[in-house]
Write a protein of this length. Structure first.
Length: 270
């Protein structure tokens, strides 16, 4: 692998074989690829080996800790964090290379835009994209252990963040089934995170979160421009937010009980 582009790409994976080849092909000439896998049973590891990735197994610790494990394995001055279903387009790839090669000491990182693919097509570029810092100087950022979900790098203060052109094409929610599976998984983790932070369930939020979140995504983020796909995505996002509140309420109520919650149907002592 060429070392002309001094970037370590780090990825945490589990069963990402459906997309990983495209993910790694876009960064194949970067100096280093680090893959931290939590137990893939598909062809994820074989694909990573094809790209001479540094592969380490780590039982899943939560997204923040898992990404920090991967970051600690990187050796290049710049690092790029991707998920196993995220592919750089040509414009973003070129912008990343240009920023790193310029090596402006005032610049700490790069802000990138994400575009979801859903039911075979990408979201329109006129919808409001999610933006995150995924490119940064290795010694300037860390992930917090308490960020078990929706993790983001915490950069040292003082540096400048550059907004980069182009897109990260995100394929991991491309079907209704995948979207629903992730909604269930992530809402459980988010409810746990909120509980760890002392956030209690709110009756008002349980009642209002679904319509408010739907309107935010459908109107303010302009999901309506994507037609029925946008409607489904906005509804799914609202349902995700609703489930977080529902699961926080469930956990709080069960904590009050001194009997097995399903005793009517099943007695664990039987």
């Amino acid at each position: 692998m060429s070392s002309s582009i001094p970037i370590s790409v780090f990825i945490i994976t589990k069963n990402c074989g459906q997309w990983l080849d495209a993910v790694l092909a876009a960064v194949a000439d970067f100096a280093e690829i680090v893959v931290v896998d939590s137990g893939s049973t598909d062809n994820t590891l074989q694909i990573a080996q094809k790209y001479d990735a540094k592969i380490v197994h780590q039982d899943f610790l939560g997204y923040g800790q898992q990404k920090q494990v991967a970051l600690d394995l990187c050796t290049q001055p710049w690092v790029l964090n991707l998920d196993g279903d995220e592919v750089l387009d040509a414009a973003l790839r070129a912008a990343i290379i240009a920023l790193v090669q310029a090596d402006d000491p005032a610049v700490t990182g790069g802000l990138v835009r994400f575009r979801d693919w859903f039911i075979g097509v990408p979201a329109r570029k006129s919808t409001r994209a999610i933006e995150r810092v995924r490119l940064f100087r290795r010694e300037q950022g860390r992930f917090a252990a308490e960020q078990i979900v929706h993790e983001s790098v915490r950069l040292n203060p003082g540096g400048r963040i550059v907004k980069l052109p182009g897109w990260v094409e995100h394929y991991g929610v491309e079907s209704v089934s995948l979207r629903v599976t992730k909604i269930n998984q992530y809402s459980t983790l988010r409810a746990e995170l909120d509980a760890n932070r002392g956030k209690k369930p709110s009756a008002l939020k349980l009642f209002t979160i679904f319509p408010l979140r739907f309107l935010k995504n459908y109107l303010l983020r302009r999901a309506f421009l994507d037609g029925r796909r946008g409607l489904i995505q906005a509804m799914a996002s609202a349902y995700y937010s609703f489930l977080i509140e529902a699961k926080k309420f469930e956990a709080a109520e069960l904590a009050k009980l001194d009997v097995y919650p399903c005793k009517t149907f099943y007695d664990p002592k039987d």
